[in-house]
Design a protein around this ligand. Structure first.
Ligand SMILES: Nc1ncnc2c1ncn2[C@@H]1O[C@H](COP(=O)(O)OP(=O)(O)OP(=O)(O)O)[C@@H](O)[C@H]1O
Ligand SMILES: [Mg+2]
Length: 140
């Protein structure tokens, strides 16, 4: 890893993803990197894809924006931070996004908001670590 220009941090609002932001900040301070924060609204999970009402979409968007804003507020002003919200499958969307922005590093939480405990990696972190086009740091 010679130069780390762009760090991607996917966030879901969990404490673990908060810690991922904190680790990304430490690295960005050393390498003078930009931090891209991505939230993916898992619309599929709502299982009512075709008939999402405007009210539901609005609520989902608002929740996502709050998560992004909270994460971005942790980043010191001297670091360039870019927030993005997408919809779709989190694992695939995060991986594609890393590719799109040519991320040099993904910093991701080991677990998220899922309820299953006692397993090191959640399904999103497992997929991203396996398929990311760049090195990935898993934060516990
Ligand atoms: N919807 C999402 N948008 C952006 N990043 C996410 C999203 N979901 C998870 N992540 C990232 O992946 C990390 C691991 O979360 P993951 O979803 O894999 O674990 P989990 O919720 O405990 O398990 P599972 O979702 O498989 O039940 C989170 O800390 C966060 O960094
Ligand atoms: Mg999850």
């Amino acid at each position: 890893m010679t130069d780390i220009k762009r760090i991607l941090v996917p966030v879901d609002g969990s404490e673990t993803s908060d810690r991922a932001i904190e680790e990304a900040i430490k690295i960005a301070e050393v390498y003078n990197s930009d931090i891209h924060i991505l939230y993916v609204a898992n619309i599929n999970q709502l299982a009512i894809n075709a008939c999402l009402s405007d009210a539901i979409l609005e609520a989902v968007t608002k929740a996502g924006n709050e998560i992004l804003e909270k994460a971005a507020n942790k980043v010191p002003e001297k670091i360039n931070v870019i927030t993005t919200s997408e919809t779709g499958s989190p694992s695939v969307t995060i991986t594609d996004f890393a590719d799109e922005i040519k991320a040099d590093l993904v910093v991701i939480g080991s677990r998220g908001l899922g309820l299953v405990k006692g397993v090191l990696l959640g399904s999103v972190s497992q997929y991203v670590v396996e398929h990311a086009p760049c090195p990935a740091l898993v934060v516990k």
